[in-house]
Design a protein around this ligand. Structure first.
Ligand SMILES: CC(C)(COP(=O)(O)OP(=O)(O)OC[C@H]1O[C@@H](n2cnc3c(N)ncnc32)[C@H](O)[C@@H]1OP(=O)(O)O)[C@@H](O)C(=O)NCCC(=O)NCCS
Length: 199
């Protein structure tokens, strides 16, 4: 007999709800990204500060015991934000035709699912729920470049949902790894609509 899959619900978080679960959310982040636990304390002030940014929105996935197993958040991108300026610098250097992407976008800052809950469509459900009702013209994100030594699941998800290259092999200040910046126009159909490609 096989065990029934655990029931997971995807909910929207208000800023205070995410802050109340900040340590738990950062635990999901470091586990999914395979970062050291020390990153939890380092990132906490930044994630808290992000909740004050215009257009901030967040979603979480809770199991039947109310344990957080996945989350996503982001906010409206704007001049002066670190990520925006880094991507702008990269586009100016390597791909100025891409600059219009920065005119009106939602920055997908984080999207993570605990390994034990991956592989069942939860990341896609979180992303669709997060983006439903976004007012911006597009969504942008950065993700480490494909690396044969790391799982490619995030890439498969973004490609499946129609994300295209905005900037490749970008080096953010302070991080030696190459990153891709990917983008997609909005709206993206919500989680209860037929998947992309459905007749
Ligand atoms: C990227 C990430 C958030 C994706 O979450 P996920 O739940 O694993 O991904 P998906 O929603 O795409 O689902 C994955 C698989 O389930 C399958 N799936 C989709 N809908 C399904 C459904 N209804 N039932 C069963 N399986 C389904 C998909 O086909 C997909 O298969 P594949 O990855 O083998 O191609 C997650 O893998 C993760 O946290 N990774 C580490 C951190 C990371 O890289 N984050 C992104 C940084 S930018």
């Amino acid at each position: 007999m096989t065990a029934a899959p655990p029931r997971i619900r995807v909910v929207r978080f208000t800023p205070s709800e995410l802050v109340d679960r900040l340590a738990e959310a950062l635990g999901v982040y470091v586990t999914a990204m395979r970062y050291p636990r020390s990153a939890i304390r380092q990132r906490a002030p930044l994630w808290r500060e992000h909740t004050f940014r215009p257009g901030w929105r967040a979603v979480g996935a809770l199991d039947e015991r109310n344990v957080l197993v996945g989350l996503g958040y982001g906010y409206r991108g704007a001049r002066g934000q670190w990520w925006h300026e880094e991507v702008r610098r990269g586009l100016l250097d390597a791909s100025p035709n891409g600059l219009p992407w920065l005119a009106d976008y939602f920055e997908l800052t984080e999207l993570h699912v605990l390994p034990r809950s991956q592989g069942a469509g939860l990341g896609e459900q979180l992303l669709r729920t997060l983006l439903a009702g976004c007012e911006q013209a597009s969504v942008l994100l950065s993700t480490p470049e494909l690396d044969p030594a790391r799982p490619a699941r995030a890439w498969r998800l973004y490609r499946r949902l129609g994300f295209v290259d905005v900037l490749r092999e970008h080096r953010f200040a302070g991080d030696p790894r190459p990153f891709a910046v990917l983008g997609r126009s909005l709206p993206l159909p919500g989680p209860d609509l037929p998947p992309l490609g459905h007749p």
